[in-house]
Design a protein around this ligand. Sequence first.
Ligand SMILES: [Zn+2]
Length: 345
Amino acid sequence: MDHLMELPSMVLMGEGILDNSELISKTFKMGRRGLVVTGPHVWPLFGKKLSNGLDGVDLEIEMVEEPTVEVVETLTSNYIGKGINFIVGLGGGKNMDVAKVVSYRLSVPYISVPTNSSQDGIASPMASLRGADKPYSLKVRPPVAVLADTDVIRSAPKDQIISGVGELMAKVTAVRDWRLARRDVGEYYGDYAARLALTSANHAMHNAAKINQLNEEGIRGLVEALISAGVAAGIAGSSRPCSGSEHLISHALGEIAPQKGVHGEKVGLAAVLISYFYGMNWRLLIEKLKAAGLPIKFSDMGITKDELIAAVVRAPDLRPDRYTILHKLKPDRSRIAASIEAVDI
Ligand SMILES: [Zn+2]
């Protein structure tokens, strides 16, 4: 398969880099008008740090509550032809997804400034938006630069920080699904991208206890692994190395049990069930979730067994085009219930 590999050209990471206004002004030397897409909780905390470094730049600030197609359309039409030179996504996944798609639509550079370590969209070309009836993910362009301040990330709520471990563990089953799709349906498979995603997962699992302690080295490794996983998606030209059947279960849970659980918690635990279907070492995944301080039962997130079963049944229908073990096995309710019982999640 021919595809364009697009990767971030600059990644700046370290303690307190957002306080270094000289560094920020150098990184952002790309015009006089910038748009910051951020959230109502994040901007009051970190907005000043960012604007200090952008002295002399006209900054428009947009707060995003939900990453919907509608929000993207509104921002695009509001800013088209208004001379915006660059867009910053300051915050977590929601803000980044919107910033990424709007910058793509306006054809201006996008700069990623993560304030937590909960998801792999920091450096990836993928964005997911909520549509009128279901969520969908689209490939746009990766950030030109990533500015990851580990002091800022460490100050995020702990459940958001550690959930990045679950997000990365999901790569174990995502890659397995990708290999299955190559074998069963002849889908394009890129071994380098797959191995890079697996390396990110292994790194997070290896450092799970350190991350749980919010140790600087652990958090730094986690952020690097999330960036690498995003780069793996950039190399693959799709989210294949990062997102498989465990993500489909999480998306289905988003519809069936909305507002319950954090993304990384759900995909990490769903990866345990998928590993069981594959006959892989699911116990290791449980052990690492525990070490990271993540939930090891869906009931810890308020998700009932019935909701989980319904989500596993629904998952393959969310993306019939993306072949996974769930598309192959088409497990019925009783098989799913027995498997959940076996891994005790
Ligand atoms: Zn994810």
